[in-house]
Design a protein around this ligand. Structure first.
Ligand SMILES: Nc1ncnc2c1ncn2[C@@H]1O[C@H](COP(=O)(O)OP(=O)(O)OP(=O)(O)O)[C@@H](O)[C@H]1O
Ligand SMILES: [Mg+2]
Length: 337
């Protein structure tokens, strides 16, 4: 700088609000709304309408994400969807520095005096949670316990005091954001994945109303299988009953899930086969789809599951009125020559 010049540098932050990447959920054609689904929807909606965040907790495949989207669609607001992630930091939810912007103003109006003004501003990019709080979206935070607890810190004041704290923006006077009155949050988690050892996560849970989900009742599982695979109802009944029978076998009675019912149904429909024990296609589909879930049941180091699957097929299909109990042979069954 020359002797008769002077310079100033000012600092601050500029907040960038990205365009909306929220969604408007719409009822899918395959969505099934049985009395059980309706009852759960009504409970969740009631809590949300009063202003409480809702937490759908249940093992894998119990319909948490589908129900969260369905409930959110009933609120009639745009939906921001976030998936819990072990790699998440708080900035992934709230926002982060995006670089900086430098501008320089050179004023040489009086030629003997050179005045420069430099402005250095941090660029701050809002992330999804901040945008959702600002716009009054419905947040669906799927599998939130998969994120490290500290990443979820910002949610405590959002849900408690309805204030979002953005410390890095304090200098520019935007350090606190008042949460939009329509902002609502639906969380999902699988209790098998969270042992309850983190204070933040516990504090967060304490602010939520938890609805515990198990597998849907038989009627709902049959209706979902029909809707998602296109098999006739009688076949869906057989498939669901076999899967429900197998939940009692083995170490994890949450498996197999409705996903297995849908998978068997879709493959069966693709092959134009029927859910009958005499149909070899049905039998190998069941063996393959149901085998992994329950493979831990062993005797003498060998998986007992092929046998258990055959027994379940026989028990379920063999007992159906008007059908003779079939002789089970083939994969996994012990053949007597
Ligand atoms: N009401 C419903 N109508 C139609 N399909 C449904 C319904 N509920 C669940 N499903 C289907 O069941 C399967 C499992 O549901 P979903 O993915 O919602 O379960 P989840 O509990 O979120 O599982 P995960 O813990 O593995 O994420 C999906 O294929 C989904 O489409
Ligand atoms: Mg899910």
């Amino acid at each position: 700088m020359t002797d008769n010049g002077f310079a100033s540098i000012s600092e601050g932050a500029v907040r960038i609000q990205p365009g909306d990447d929220n969604v408007w959920p719409q009822a899918s054609e395959g969505f099934v709304s049985t009395p059980e689904v309706q009852a759960l929807t009504e409970r969740a909606l009631t809590y949300l309408q009063v202003g409480y965040p809702v937490h759908l907790s249940g093992p894998a495949g119990t319909g948490k994400t589908t129900l969260a989207l369905h409930v959110a669609s009933k609120l009639g607001r745009p939906v921001t969807l976030v998936h819990g992630d072990d790699e998440f930091a708080s900035s992934d939810l709230v926002g982060n520095d995006y670089g900086y912007r430098k501008s320089k103003l050179v004023d040489n109006f009086i030629h003997s005096v050179l005045k420069t003004e430099e402005e250095m501003k941090t660029l701050w990019m809002d992330n999804r949670l901040t945008t959702a709080c600002q716009n009054g979206d419905t947040l669906i935070y799927d599998e939130f316990t998969r994120s490290r607890p500290e990443a979820n810190n910002a949610l405590l004041s959002i849900l408690g005091e309805r204030i979002l704290n953005l410390p890095k923006l304090r200098r520019s006077g935007q350090g606190y954001l008042e949460v939009h009155p329509e902002f609502r949050a639906i969380f999902t988690s699988n209790p098998e994945e969270y042992a309850g050892v983190h204070k933040t996560q516990d504090a967060l849970m304490d602010r939520l109303i938890t609805i515990t989900l198990g597998h849907y009742d038989r009627a709902t599982e049959i209706a979902v299988t029909v809707a998602k695979s296109g098999v006739p109802e009688a076949d869906a009944e057989a498939i669901v009953d076999i899967v429900r029978e197998l939940r009692g076998v083995g170490v994890n009675n949450h498996r197999p899930t409705i996903r297995a019912c849908i998978a068997i149904g879709r493959i069966l429909a693709h092959r134009r086969a029927r859910a009958r024990p005499g149909d070899p296609v049905f039998r190998w589909i069941c063996q393959d789809v149901l085998n992994t879930d329950t493979a831990k049941v062993t005797r003498g180091g060998e998986s007992l599951m092929p046998q258990k699957v055959d027994e379940a097929i026989l028990k379920v299909c063999g007992l159906r009125p008007g059908r003779p109990a079939p002789r089970v042979v083939g994969a996994g069954a012990r053949r007597k020559e």
